[in-house]
Every structure is written in C-alpha cells, then in structure tokens.
Design a protein around this ligand. Structure first.
Ligand code: C2E
Ligand code: CA
Ligand code: CA
Length: 787
C-alpha cells in the first residue's frame, strides 16, 4: 500500500481528489451560508411587510373609531348630558349592543377641566360610579388627556396607550354644541382594548397574529428560536406622534423551513459535482500524463533489470511527453551504437586490427557449440609465435617491430577462410582458429603455408627484414575446455621452439608430461633467478708443468631440494625460455666480483666464464661485460670467455660481430668442448681463439690407449698458436699421458671439483702450504704457461 503511494501516479491522483474534496466542501459551505442569509433576509422583509399591513389596519381602525367618537361628541344630546347628567341618555345611546358594534370596552366623559365626569362599562353592564372611576384605567385615560396637545384637545385625536393591564386604543373627541358657539363642555373618550375579543376581531383583517406591548418595558421581545419565527417590532404612531405602544409581529418563517431540504440538495449536488469532476480530472490526467509516465517508468524499470528486449518509449503525438520519449529513444539508440562500438573495440587488437584474446574466447565458445552439434566438424587451434622477435625490437626499434606485426597480421588475415578466426594474442603471438571436417588432411599443410607467409620479407624504411615463426597446433575434442585447448597449443609451441624453432608441432599426449616438467622447471628457474638463489662455483685449471693454478672456470649452480640441479638440465631451459641473458649476466657479475679476492692469493689468476650462443644475440652484451670488468679494476685479458663451436657454426652476422667485439674489447676467448662439434678447419684458422678446450670424452680415451685424436688436436693447437686445456682429468695416469703428449693445462677432479669461493680460497691456501713442503720435489716445468 505504502509502496503504491510512492508512485507518482497514485500520489497525484490522491492529492487531486483531496483538493477537489476540499473545494467541494468549501463551495458547499459558502453556498449554504449564502442561501441561509438570503432566506433570512427574505423572511425579515416578509415580516416587515406584515407589520406594515397590521400597522395600517390599526391606523384605519383608530381613524374609524375617532370619527364615531366625534359623531357622538358633536351631538347636542351629548352636550346636554354633560350638563344634566341624564342617565337615560347613557342607557339609550350606549347600549351594550351599540358599544359591541363599535368594539368599545369603555366610555368615559371628562369635564372641561379634564376630570372624570362619568362613564359606561359595557362589561359591567352599567354606568360607572365615581369610585369605579378612580381605577387605574381612568388614570390612564386622564394621563392620555394630559398628554394631548392643545390642538388635539380642540379637534380630537386617538392615542395607543397601556390601559391598566392591556393595550388599548383611546379616542378623545371634544364635546361641543352643534352650533359650535357654546363653550366646550368636556371630552368623550372611547377605549378599545386591543386584546381578546378586540384582537380576534382585528385578527380577521390582520394577516398574522401580533402583540402590543408598552414602549417603556424593559423586555425587548426577541424570538426564542430564530428558526421558529422572525420578530419585527415598531412603535405605533397615533395622533400625537409616537405612541406608548410597540407593535410586535412574530412571523413564522415560510421558506426558512425549507433550508434543511435545500442544504441536503446542495450537499448532494456538491458531492455529485465532486465525484464527476474528480472522475473527469483523474481520467484526463491519468490518460494524458500519468498512465504514460507510469508506462515509461515500467519500461525503465524492466530495462534496469535487463528484462525483455531493449525498451522503446512509445511516441503518440508531439506533446511534451512525446518529445521526452523521442529524445530518450534517440539517446538509447546512441548508447546502443556506442555500446556496439565499445563491444567491438574491446574485442580488437588496436595495432593490427585483428581480434584479441577476448574475441578468441568468444569465438571458441561459438565454434565449440557448432562442433557439438555437428560431429563431422572439429576445431583446430594454431598458436603462432615469432622467433627472436625481440631482436628486431631491440636492434631496429619498436616502429620496425610494429610494422612487422602489422604485415604478418595482414598476411594471416588474407590466408584464413571467412569461417576461420585470426587473432593477436599479445606481443609477438598470434593464433588461428579453424573449423575442419573430419578427414581433412590440410592441418599440416596449412601450418606450413602460415610459416611460409611469415618468413616472407618485410620492408621497413628501405630495410629488408625477415623473421620466422613457430607453430603449436592443438585439436579440440568434443567438450575440450578452452583453457585445455590453449594449454595444449602452448605445449606444442614450446616443443617447436625447443626443437629449434621455425617449425610446426602438433600436440600429442606423450608430449604433455615431458613439456610440462620443462615448463615447471622453467617457472622455478625464473623464480630462483629473481630471488638470487643461483650460485657460482669455481673449478681450478692447473698448469701441471709447475702445479700452479692459472685459471678458474665459473660454473652455475642451482641448489635444489635434493642436492643441485645440473646445469646441463637448466642451462638449455634458460636458453629456450629466453632467460639465459639474465642468468649469464648474473653468473658473470658474481664471477668477476670474486676474481679480485682470488687474485689477492693468486696474482695473475684468470677467470673463465661460459657464454651461451643465445647470450651473444644480446646487442649490448659486450658493453655490459666491459662495464662489469672495468668496475672491478681488472685487466680485461684476465677474463676468458668459453664459447662452444655452435657460436661459429652459425653464419649469423650478428654472432660474428659480437665475437669480434669481445676480442677487440681485450677479452680472451676459449673454444669449449672442442672436437664434439663440427668446426671446419678453415674457419678454425680464422677464429680469434687463444685456447681450445679438449672435451673430457677425448681425455677419457687415454684409458682405452687411443691417443690419436688427442695428438691431432694438440698439434692443431700448436700450429694455430692456441693453448689446449684438457678437461675431465681424473687420474694421475691421464695427467702423465697428457704431459707426455705436451698438454700441461688441465682441469678435472684429479685436482679439484668445482666449489664455492670460500672453499676455493681455503683449498688454495692448503695447496700453498703443501707446496712449501714439497717444493724441492716438484720441479717439473712445462713449456706452456697460462694465457
Ligand atoms: P662445460 O663448460 O664443459 O663445463 C665443464 C663441465 O665438466 C662441468 O660440468 C664440470 O663440473 C665438469 N667437470 C669438471 N671436471 C670433471 C671431471 O674430472 N670429470 C667429469 N666427469 N666432469 C668434470 P657442469 O658444471 O655440470 O656443467 C655442465 C655444463 O653446463 C658446462 O659444460 C657448460 O656448458 C654449462 N654451464 C655451466 N655453467 C654455465 C654458465 O654459467 N653459463 C653457461 N652458458 N653454461 C654453463
Ligand atoms: Ca666450459
Ligand atoms: Ca667443456
């Protein structure tokens, strides 16, 4: 209920009805009051008119009685009676009948002095005695006489006066003789009581009953009930002017009694108008505004909850609400377009215009749904990574990198079918999602096409750039989760990279565990590197001609849960994962850092540091190494870098330049694991090497009595003016044979295994002490010193 009241529609209608009700009530009250007032005015006028009529009747009556009185008083018998007091006159002229006809209740004669002379009381049926004449009535008559003006005493007149206990009309007529020459003998006074019989007689002429009261009475007669009667009053006029009597008329209201009915009618009318007006107003308001507003609000509400289709506000005409609806609709359309744009933008890679990961994820969902419906179809996911893309970015700048990515994106787009999807996953990684029919044999061929397109040259600022790509391919089985498909492709790609790049590998289950272990290791190595958990151990290289330690080789060590993880395992992983640059620098920094301390004990000691071919791809490598060595105040030739033959097997220009730069910077280079690779003798001749490291597999051949290859290598070294360092010397026999063959520089467990710096320092110290005691015994000095 309350929540309903919150709605604009309900509230407006409620207030409208309330307002109309108040208006109707106010109008009813004022109309009723006005009606009442005009009714009262009407009744008052009515009463006044009645009063006027009664007054007129009274005046006429008075005038008539006065002329009757004058008839009597001008009569000679009356004149005579005043002198002789003949009772017969009274008996014959003022009979009860004649007085009854005149409606006279008392006849009194006053003498010339105005004193009581005689009288007739028809109700007593006889003439009045003197004693009777002294009553209040006579006093009143006399008082009336006293009040008469001289003019009225001459001519006669009538007065309305209070006579004893009743209002009365008094007629005074002067008694003259007929000739008028004799002096006046007195006055004949006739009194008519205006009550009882007189009243009723008058009543036949008066329209309504009336009352007469003395003027001087305190009682101001007011109607007891205003509704019951209307009282009007007026002082009666007589011959003297204002009389002593007041005429009171109580007018019973004629129309006022209808007021209740009128009120009822008015009320019903008001109510009817109220109901009709309310209905009409509510209907109009509701139809024109509120209902539409409510509709708007419902649409907005359902939009807010995302129910149903996008709301379109109804437009009926051109009123304000329609304008509002129209602009809302326009606004919504704009929002939807913007939303559409945003939707597309959110799924697009800004650089290449291909779809992005989000887009791929949605497409995958769609394709998987298609495959689930049609078992003949399946999904193939090609994950493409550019090989050594970092080089282009580092050497030629990001603009070149972007141009390369853009060109490759364009080629991918032109290569895929309309039903396929090509996206950029980020960085230098792309992907193609393809729907294939079972039995399609084109997966490998398509991947090959992709590789070909990628390896086509790109021209940037007139420079011809080429790059290769590696592709990992995964098939989606029915209901393969997205993450799994991506992971499979990732594993296949990893394998493709490991196998030497620029190739495609299709994911297989047995690849899974193996690659996953590598990936796991890679993750741990990454962590170990950032945590600085790698250590550098040192293995001495001895000049066996004088038993002096002339060099130490720095070897990377990774403490594992159980012992150490072999560098033969983690170095290749670091190379594949692109961690070798960081790792190599870390080892170099630590090794170079240790050298000054070691040289304190063994002045002239050199440090051999292994360099991976991958490290040579790092453009600023030489610069960084020079900085490291110089900052320690070490001569550059005290650092030897060990490089495997693969560094020279590849004809990559960058590698050749880097090797040259290292030599130019003053460092010495050793060719590691010599004999295991396939260096051509021609190239060997041109290499700026100061030493060859004879691989331990050759050293161990001595035990089999086969020294032919060793002899060849040793003479090669001699011819090319390179020292030869024998690796893996484990037994005194091997040492002796090597010395006999002319190889004095040796490294191997016979002397020492690799060890941390502190241990090495102790080992050197111990050796020096031992040497002092054995110094005279060892006097073997070979022709080759350390380089
Ligand atoms: P490498 O450069 O040929 O190093 C010599 C390897 O022979 C070392 O193995 C060393 O411990 C081992 N060794 C030394 N004396 C003897 C011996 O008398 N008998 C036998 N059987 N082995 C001996 P390690 O330390 O396991 O290193 C293996 C390879 O890992 C190294 O071969 C090198 O190619 C690579 N490596 C090690 N540390 C680094 C590094 O810091 N950077 C790079 N790029 N490669 C490294
Ligand atoms: Ca080495
Ligand atoms: Ca070696």
């Amino acid at each position: 209920m309350f929540s309903h009241f919150k709605s604009l529609r309900t509230r407006t209608l409620f207030y409208l009805l309330l307002l109309l009700f108040v208006f109707a009530l106010a109008s009813y009250l004022t109309t009723s009051r006005l009606l009442h007032k005009s009714l009262q005015q009407f009744e008052a006028a009515q009463a006044q008119a009645e009063l006027e009529r009664i007054r007129a009747v009274l005046a006429t009556e008075a005038q008539a009685l006065l002329s009757s009185g004058l008839d009597y008083s001008l009569w000679d018998d009356t004149y005579g009676y005043m002198q002789d007091l003949d009772p017969a006159y009274l008996a014959s002229n003022f009979t009860a009948e004649s007085l009854g006809n005149l409606r006279v209740d008392l006849v009194v004669f006053l003498d010339a002095g105005g004193h009581f002379h005689s009288g007739v009381d028809p109700h007593a049926g006889a003439s009045m005695s003197q004693a009777a004449a002294s009553g209040t009535r006579i006093d009143a008559i006399r008082a009336g006489y006293d009040a008469l003006s001289p003019h009225l005493r001459d001519k006669g007149g009538y007065l309305f006066r209070w006579l004893g206990n009743a209002p009365a009309l008094l007629v005074y007529s002067p008694i003259h003789d007929n000739s008028g020459r004799q002096p006046r003998r007195g006055w004949l006074v006739m009194a008519r009581l205006l009550q009882g019989a007189a009243d009723s007689a008058l009543g036949s002429q008066a329209p309504i009953p009336f009352r007469l009261e003395p003027v001087d009475t305190r009682r101001i007669p007011v109607a007891s009930d205003e509704q019951a009667s209307f009282t009007v009053t007026q002082i009666l006029q007589d011959s003297q002017g204002s009389s002593d009597l007041r005429l009171i008329v109580e007018h019973p209201p004629s129309l006022l009694s209808q007021q209740r009915a009128g009120d009822l009618l008015l009320l019903t009318n008001s109510l009817l108008i109220l109901v009709l007006a309310a209905l009409a107003a509510a209907l109009l308001l509701d139809r024109l505004i509120l209902k539409r507003l409510s509709h708007f609000s419902n649409l907005a509400e359902s939009r807010r909850h995302g129910e149903g289709p996008a709301a379109v506000w109804p437009v009926r005409g051109r009123d304000e609400l329609d304008v509002l609806a129209h602009s809302l609709n326009e606004l919504m359309a704009e929002v939807q377009t913007a939303h559409g744009h945003l939707y597309q933008e959110a799924r697009k890679d800004p650089l290449t215009g291909l779809g992005n990961r989000k887009f791929l994820s949605e497409r995958l969902q769609l394709y998987q749904a298609l495959c689930n419906r049609d078992p003949e179809q399946s999904l193939v996911f090609y994950l493409i990574d550019l090989d050594d893309f970092k080089l282009i970015n580092d050497c030629l700048g990001h603009a070149a990198g972007d141009a390369m990515l853009d060109a490759i994106a364009l080629r991918l787009r032109s290569l895929v079918r309309a039903s396929d999807t090509a996206v950029r996953m980020g960085g230098d990684e792309f992907a193609v999602l393809s729907l294939v029919r079972h039995g399609d044999l084109g997966v490998g061929a398509f991947a090959e096409r992709l590789l070909e397109e990628i390896s086509l040259p790109v021209f940037f600022n007139g420079t011809r750039l080429t790059i290769t790509g590696s592709i990992g391919i995964a098939h989606a089985e029915r209901n393969t989760p997205q993450e799994e498909l991506l992971r499979h492709a990732d594993i296949a790609l990893y394998e493709a990279k490991r196998l030497g790049r620029s190739r495609q590998v299709i994911f297989s289950e047995d690849m899974h565990a193996q690659v996953q272990e590598r990936m796991f290791l890679e993750q741990r190595l990454r962590h170990a590197l950032t945590m600085g958990q790698l250590e550098v151990w040192f293995q001495p290289i001895i000049d066996s001609s004088n038993d002096q330690v002339v060099m130490v080789e720095a070897l990377a060590r990774w403490p594992d849960i159980d012992g150490f993880c072999s560098p033969e395992k983690f170095i290749p992983i670091a190379e594949e994962a692109g961690l070798i640059g960081e790792l190599g620098l870390y080892i170099a920094r630590n090794a170079i850092g240790s050298l000054p301390r070691l040289r304190k004990q063994l002045p002239g000691l050199a440090m051999n540091i292994n360099l991976s071919v991958k490290q040579l791809l790092q453009a600023d490598l030489v610069e960084q190494l020079c900085e490291l060595v110089d900052s320690q105040g070490l001569p550059r030739q005290s650092i030897h870098f060990e490089l495997t033959e693969s560094a020279f097997a590849d004809s990559l220009e960058l590698l050749q330049n880097q090797v040259r730069s290292l030599v130019d910077a003053g460092f010495k280079l050793h060719l590691d694991d010599f004999g295991t690779g396939y260096s051509s003798l021609q190239r060997l001749q041109r290499l700026p090497m100061s030493a060859l490291k004879l691989d331990k597999s050759f050293t161990h051949l001595i035990d089999d009595g086969d020294e032919r290859l060793i002899k060849v290598i040793l003479s090669l070294g001699e011819q090319l003016n390179m020292h030869v360092i024998a690796e893996g010397v484990e037994s005194p026999q091997q040492r002796l044979r090597l010395q006999t063959l002319g190889c004095y520089l040796m490294q191997g467990h016979l002397f020492a295994a690799s060890m941390p710096e502190t241990q090495l320092l102790e080992w050197i110290q111990a050796r020096e002490k031992h040497d002092e005691t054995l110094a005279p015994v060892i006097a073997l000095v070979g022709p080759h010193g350390a380089g």
